[in-house]
Design a protein around this ligand. Structure first.
Ligand SMILES: [Zn+2]
Length: 113
């Protein structure tokens, strides 16, 4: 018998529950939310077609990959920063944020304040 526990669905990548994402797409073994799909699209944009490893790329291909890769990092970082900004507005401490991210309070503050 297959158990369906709809209220416990969450993104397999960022672990956000269905109630906290705009869209949640189901696969055979997991789920992905709209924010993670967008991040994956950015990663695909930053990866040249027929990718077989960074070492196999020419200098020109690697140079062409730098800007899309940086935009990917910025896009994902913006999502993280937005989440932390909401937590800070709610009065959540840097220690709690650091704990959640498995970094020190000081490191959390330095990276995100
Ligand atoms: Zn997600």
């Amino acid at each position: 018998m297959i158990k369906i526990r709809r209220k416990f669905l969450r993104c397999s990548f960022c672990r956000k529950p269905e109630s906290r994402v705009a869209k949640l797409i189901g696969g055979s073994r997991g789920y992905i939310c709209d924010v993670c799909v967008a991040a994956c699209n950015k990663i695909l944009e930053a990866t040249p077609p027929g990718f077989t490893g960074w070492e196999s790329l020419s200098n020109e291909q690697l140079l062409d990959s730098l800007l899309p890769a940086e935009k990917t990092v910025e896009a994902v970082r913006a999502v993280l920063q937005a989440q932390i900004d909401v937590l800070r507005k709610r009065g959540i401490s840097w220690a709690a944020i650091g704990d959640a991210m498995k970094i020190s309070r000081q490191a959390a503050w330095e990276r995100f304040s």
